[in-house]
Design a protein around this ligand. Structure first.
Ligand code: PLP
Length: 423
């Protein structure tokens, strides 16, 4: 009965101007997103001085020194190793902990391949813990359940600009004597209880790939305050050559993951803009959440109380039972409003990717499994919350060129579509 009254009221009060654009109304976001200019004077100035140099090698290179200085302004860590990608940074972190064949690293299953690559190349075992339904970050209670006597580290992956529950994760790590590798590739500038992400765990890993908040095309950084692993961090991305002592007698195997001066020049300039970039992204994401918070059939992302998110993109969920249309129709209606929304994120939790499902890591097989160093069977892994997130999420692009007004209108557009299609 009450629902019927609501429907009648809706019909009566719906004038053509209230209708979603998909149903004949005027689009709320008439202008396409403001044009983003990512590179400018600062990058050009560093590159101009770079071409005067006689060498583009990273070690003691002026551009790489400038990058380190700029990085430490945001992340005051003692040992920082610039490198060629976020994947490289994570691999160097895993190597520096001397993860051994069969050792386990616990992480969430919605991420980039870069989170797992280093663990697998060191013959470690990524162990997937489920996520929380609304932060989309790893659930500390499930991390605890996944601990075995082979667990060596936890890898909190701060998804889409939103910090993980670091207090809980650090407490678990302390209790079980585990290292913590923070994957900050999507979360430049975010704060967990006032602390920059990447400075809380044992190591912080960052990416400068083209899609991240700040970029130099491709590049990365791994950093730590740990006195045991810090001094050798650089060697893990430089063929195990020790640039400090000049020692060229490698004691172990390490790839070449070096950055070079052109990337450092651009990355250093980018970090000068990091605060502005993150302030804008935080403001726009927060305005979208405020705009949709009590709208029917949609759920805004949850940020842990006291944390500060920097929205690499804005990920939200629909409640299919509370909407009359499916996700594709909902997204099409957002597009009609002028909002460039996308249905879903990655196609499946990573454990369903063929490389995991077939255990096809090295020459089509997985030596540590064949030699009995792990019992992991990825075909048996199930993280139901992560799967539900991927089935019901939408992604709204966010960038630093967007004004507060644009953020407010994104919220209005989502709310209008949600209210119209609410059951
Ligand atoms: C981008 C990304 C990486 C890898 O960074 P690259 O620089 O592309 O190697 C790792 N983890 C996450 C969560 C990412 O989003």
């Amino acid at each position: 009965m009450s629902r019927r009254i609501k429907e009648e009221t809706n019909t009566m009060s719906t004038t053509p101007s209230d209708l979603p654009a998909a149903e004949g109304g005027q689009p709320i976001l008439k202008d396409t997103p403001p044009k983003l200019a990512r590179w400018g004077e600062a990058e050009l100035s560093n590159l101009s001085s770079m071409v005067e140099q006689s060498s583009l090698f990273y070690w003691n290179g002026p551009q790489t020194e400038a990058l380190l200085e700029a990085f430490r302004k945001h992340y005051p860590l003692k040992y920082c190793a610039p490198c060629s990608s976020g994947t490289a940074a994570l691999h160097m972190a895993v190597s520096s902990l001397e993860i051994a064949p069969g050792d386990e690293v616990i992480m969430g299953p919605i991420t980039d391949m870069g989170s797992m690559i280093g663990v697998l190349y060191q013959q470690g075992v990524p162990v997937f813990a489920d996520l929380e339904p609304h932060t989309y970050n790893v659930d500390p209670a499930d991390v605890r359940r996944k601990i075995t006597d082979k667990t060596r580290a936890i890898m909190p992956i701060h998804l889409a600009g939103n910090p993980c529950r670091m207090d809980e994760l650090m407490a678990i790590a302390k209790e079980h004597d585990l290292a913590v590798i923070e994957d900050c590739a999507q979360t430049w500038g975010a704060l967990s209880q006032g602390r920059p992400v990447g400075t809380i765990g044992t190591l912080g890993c960052y990416s400068f790939n083209d899609f991240k908040h700040v970029s130099c095309g491709d590049g990365g950084m791994v950093a730590t305050n740990d006195e045991k692993i810090g001094p050798s961090l650089q060697k893990w991305g430089d063929k195990n050559y020790d640039r400090v002592s000049g020692d060229r007698m490698p004691s172990t195997l390490a790839p070449n993951y070096r950055i070079s001066e052109p990337e450092s020049a651009v990355a250093a300039a980018q970090l000068g803009k990091l605060k502005h970039i993150c302030d804008r992204r935080h403001a726009v994401g927060t305005l979208i959440t405020q705009g949709i918070n009590d709208a029917p059939g949609v759920i805004a992302p949850e940020v842990v109380d006291g944390d500060w998110a920097t929205y690499w993109f804005y990920m939200m969920r629909i409640e299919p039972d509370r909407l009359k249309v499916d996700r594709e129709t909902f997204v099409a209606a957002l597009k009609a409003e002028g909002l460039n929304a996308n249905s879903g994120y990655i196609p499946a939790p990573v454990y369903k990717y063929p490389v995991f499902a077939n255990h096809a890591f090295f020459g089509g097989g997985w030596p540590i499994q064949e030699f009995g160093l792990t019992n992991m069977d990825y075909t048996k892994v199930s993280c139901p919350v992560a799967e539900e997130i991927l089935d019901t999420c939408l992604i709204i692009p966010v960038n630093e060129a967007m004004s507060d007004e644009y953020g407010e209108k994104c919220g209005q557009a989502i709310r209008r579509v949600a209210e119209y299609y609410a059951r």
